[in-house]
Design a protein around this ligand. Sequence first.
Ligand code: NAD
Length: 345
Amino acid sequence: MIPFVQDGVPQRVVFGPGAMARVAEEAARLSLMRVLVVATPGSGARLGARIADALGARSAGLHAQAVIHVPVEVARAGIAAARAAAADGLVAAGGGSAIGLAKAIAHELGLPTIAVPTTYSGSEATPILGTTEGERKVTRSDERVVPRTVIYDPDLTLNLPPAVSAASGMNAIAHCVEAAWVPQATPVTLAFASEALRRFSMHLPRVIDNGADREARGECLIAAWLAGGTLAAGTGLHHKLAHVLGGFGLPHAETHAILLPAVARFNLAAAPEARARLAAALGNDDPAAALAALLKRFPIPQRLRDLGLGEAKLAAAAAEAAALGITAPRPVTTAEAEALLAAIY
Ligand code: NAD
């Protein structure tokens, strides 16, 4: 019998086509009168403007300046914008970047947040807040940044480009795979991981083939929500390697996607229970092969060199990852980490 601790996330989730129209009602439910919408520029800003419109009299404007990994100066500008707008709440509209900025503002000002996620990052379901200063990424966990309400509207995701869908989907799949072997796993995180993987493996390929497939889009949003719930269990070699490579400037979701089959092959050799669980969820006796086949099918970079990483950096990345002292499900030496990275370079 394995002891565990499970923290529940107090969160209301509203799911359905057209659910975005309920944003004003959901703001009212939280007694919010002046809500600032936070989004990324470009397509994110257009989505943000639609949501600000839907908020009607409760809108306190749009701040469409979110940037991936929440650079501290971007966080400061967001906090200043929320103060200037006298906001009493936030709507995070878009992917993990918009949600990350809203979390940073919520952390500083204690504002309740409604998330309207349009990618599969799963950040809306976690208390994890990441910011970056220069090249250094700092993550912490704070329950106050968990969005109070999440509105999933598959219709908002029909135009999410195939490459972003695939990369953020593989990133979410990585949360689930790692959840199967981390020592902090609980019955809840394991159940969420299996169910999310089952839905993703069936529906993410459909989304890549036809972005307008509403049914598959909805299934992937549900899977992303469940995948986010598994992150609470902590992370292992996969996320640590992704984090180290992120420090060399590699893109977040794409790096996760490339690493995943190789790390799965390495770790599952020492984790028979996790292997059996993942095999059942993915419908394949060889889970690492199933993950490699998914990656191969998707229109995203396939090898580390495609991401612009210099080959000379592999040794440093391997040494950094090995120095973290990971032991579960197996320890990793510098030589093993380097061989793993070289194989996917
Ligand atoms: P992202 O938020 O940067 O979005 C990727 C791109 O897709 C952006 O250009 C965005 O404008 C565009 N986009 C988003 N929704 C769209 C839509 N519906 N239609 C068209 N374009 C759309 O990428 P992401 O992968 O969602 O998030 C990555 C970030 O999230 C990273 O900073 C990562 O560290 C963070 N993250 C955090 C957690 C957590 O728990 N804190 C979990 C996962 C990821």
